[in-house]
Write a protein that binds this ligand. Structure first.
Ligand code: SF4
Ligand code: SF4
Ligand code: SF4
Length: 315
């Protein structure tokens, strides 16, 4: 692994052995040439043209699509710079999943641990800003009930598109449905702007959310960029939140659970569906530990006898 690549593509030791699977030879050379400088499209063409025996426009378009380079706004124009392994890994796992799965499990697990740590580090200052009164919303800001998610879809003005969930694609910790990430952000560096995603109708979006709910996935959104259908074992926002101790804050808890024990038939579904072990089943005994509940609301949807109800919090 060349030092320039490690430095300018922010490759941690965990990624040294697999980086050459994630980048083409030409992409590695491009990163080494670009270093940490920014280039206009024309400057990038001049950099690429004499060096590579390939169509430079197509090369730039593919490098951007694959998360190898990023765009940045400079005044009214766009400049390009090297992305990082952090960006590239998600696209690699989402769209070249066979190659990602071909990497030895231990190396994948090490990269997964690095990824969630990096994600958590990036979230801390943004959460601090929110705590200090910023109105910027972090992704996956709130847990949403199924009805709220369906209403959000009805109210959305933006066109929606579907992409494979990058958390489940990278972490590979479960076999829950992956094609459940509904996005509506189309700005630079979004999946849409890079050339990914399939447009979906409101009806299709509702179908996906309802299916995800049946499979026990939790709905989260900040209502500005995405509607996510998350699990507890892969989802980086939830794992990062666990890591930095922001249960109840991110994603924000908006409901308490009221468990009516006398209605409960001890089926144990809530214990299976809860990602945080708030409900437990031992033999025929069901128990509920309020302090472990993140307020995701998914257990309520799955209880066959309505022994679980939601109490809206004033926040
Ligand atoms: S936040 Fe949720 S739906 Fe979105 S990519 Fe992660 S697990 Fe998937
Ligand atoms: S008990 Fe709380 S955390 Fe567990 S599924 Fe129900 S709402 Fe979610
Ligand atoms: S899902 Fe409902 S009925 Fe089944 S164990 Fe949980 S609370 Fe009881």
């Amino acid at each position: 692994m060349k030092q320039e690549l490690a430095k300018f593509f922010d490759v941690p030791p965990e990624g040294y052995s697999s980086i050459e699977l994630m980048l083409t030879e030409e992409e590695i050379t491009l990163i080494e040439y670009m270093q940490d400088k920014k280039y206009t499209y024309e400057e990038l063409l001049v950099l690429i043209q004499p060096r590579f025996d390939l169509d430079p426009k197509e090369f730039i378009s593919q490098a951007y699509k694959r998360g190898v380079i990023n765009k940045e706004r400079r005044n009214d124009s766009i400049v390009y710079k090297s992305a990082s392994l952090y960006t590239r890994l998600a696209y690699f796992a989402q769209y070249e999943s066979d190659l990602w799965k071909s990497i030895a499990p231990k190396e994948r697990e090490d990269l997964d641990r690095w990824y969630v740590k990096k994600y958590a580090e990036g979230a801390i200052p943004r959460l601090k800003e929110i705590e200090n009164g910023s109105t910027n919303l972090i992704e996956n800001a709130f847990f949403y009930t199924l009805d709220e998610t369906l209403n959000l879809i009805d109210e959305l003005k933006e066109e929606m598109y579907i992409v494979p969930c990058n958390c489940k694609s990278v972490a590979l910790n479960c076999d829950k449905p992956k094609n459940v990430c509904i996005l509506f952000e189309k700005d630079i560096n979004s999946e849409w702007d890079r050339g990914w995603g399939e447009p979906i109708s409101k009806e299709k979006a509702k179908e996906i959310v309802t299916m995800a709910n049946k499979k026990g996935l939790m709905h989260t959104s900040e209502s500005e960029k995405a509607i996510c259908n998350c699990d507890g074992c892969c989802c980086y926002p939830i794992r990062a939140s666990k890591m930095i101790g922001t249960q109840g804050i991110w994603p924000k808890k908006r409901y308490n659970i009221l468990w009516e024990q006398d209605r409960c038939i001890s089926c144990g579904i809530c214990a299976k569906v809860c990602n945080f072990n708030a409900f437990n089943k031992e033999g025929a005994m069901i128990s509920f530990e309020k302090e472990k509940c993140w307020g995701c609301t998914i257990c309520k949807e799955h209880c066959p006898v309505s022994a679980i109800t939601l109490i809206k919090l004033d926040k």
